[in-house]
Design a protein around this ligand. Structure first.
Ligand code: PEP
Ligand code: MG
Length: 279
């Protein structure tokens, strides 16, 4: 089974009824992006950019070089702006002490606390894109205003530096439950949605994803209903990039709901494509 999946990893993933499902990769750096290519990924559905910021704050040039290297590997790329806070900490970034960091300054909320840092990252992404169609998505969005403010901030930064970003699309990660109730409003402003089932599950059940003893049922009907809400109401493309997307138990259900793009870790690409062929 594993051998067959591996042999067919560069082939399309068609369901039994010949519906094509796109299988993209979640990558964390250049090495994993290269691995994703070798594993048969059709693009990058989630570029986690935190790797660049691990030890020290990268310069704009360092960032642009790193993004360019990855952008050159695939025609379709979705890059997520910095998602620190909560389970993702940076030693040099001064965030105030918080009693509940998972409910604190995370993801898109950094646009308010660290505008300079976010502007540099956006400029580096825009420079590296060089006319390519790149999708930029914001993590931890909980309201439409947060998204529109961040997008306006991005457009202004590009304008200030004379960068043409007509080929850049802007989207939102669906990982905070409030977004589930705002899809009709988001439809007016976003170009795409990407469901982050890891955080969405955490926030739906109020159970920390890294909690040592509390566990949630990631296959709860609640999670599938949440995903269904997005797919049914969205008028823009919807993908899913949480761990659920690579779970054999979930793939059939996700496709039945209407998901057409799955983004999974490089090592799961071949198996995910093979699973799709049996749905
Ligand atoms: C998610 O939350 O499901 C997700 C894909 O993002 P991360 O795991 O990086 O928070
Ligand atoms: Mg997340």
């Amino acid at each position: 089974q594993k051998d067959i999946a591996s042999q067919k990893r560069f082939e399309k993933a068609l369901t039994r009824t010949q519906k094509q499902i796109r299988v993209f990769a979640n990558v964390t750096d250049t090495v994993s992006a290269e691995a994703a290519k070798e594993e048969g990924a059709e693009g990058i559905g989630l570029l986690r950019t935190e790797f660049l910021f691990k030890e020290k704050q990268p310069t704009l040039e360092e960032q642009a070089d790193a993004y360019r290297e990855i952008f050159e590997l695939f025609d379709e790329i979705t890059v997520r702006t910095l998602d620190v806070g909560g389970d993702k900490k940076l030693p040099y970034l001064s965030l105030p002490h918080e009693e509940n960091p998972f409910l604190g300054i995370r993801g898109i909320r950094l646009f308010k606390t660290h505008p300079q840092l976010m502007e540099e990252q956006l400029l580096a992404i825009f420079q590296a894109a060089e006319g390519r169609s790149v999708k930029v998505m914001f993590p931890m969005v909980s309201s439409v205003e947060e998204f529109t403010e961040a997008k306006t901030f991005a457009l202004q930064a590009a304008q200030k530096h004379n960068l043409d970003i007509s080929t850049i699309l802007f989207g939102v990660m669906v990982e905070v439950p409030s977004v589930l109730f705002l899809i009709e409003e988001f439809n007016k402003v976003v170009d795409f949605y990407s469901i982050g089932s890891n955080d969405l599950t955490q926030y739906l059940f109020a159970v920390e994803r890294t909690h040592p003893s509390l566990k949630v049922d990631e296959h709860s009907p609640v999670v599938y209903d949440a995903i269904k809400t997005v797919v049914e109401q969205a008028t823009r493309p919807v993908s899913i990039c949480g761990e659920l997307a690579a779970d054999p138990e979930a793939i059939g259900k996700l496709l039945k709901i209407g998901i057409e793009i799955l983004s999974v870790s490089p090592k799961s690409i071949a198996a995910t494509k093979e699973e799709i062929r049996h749905v």
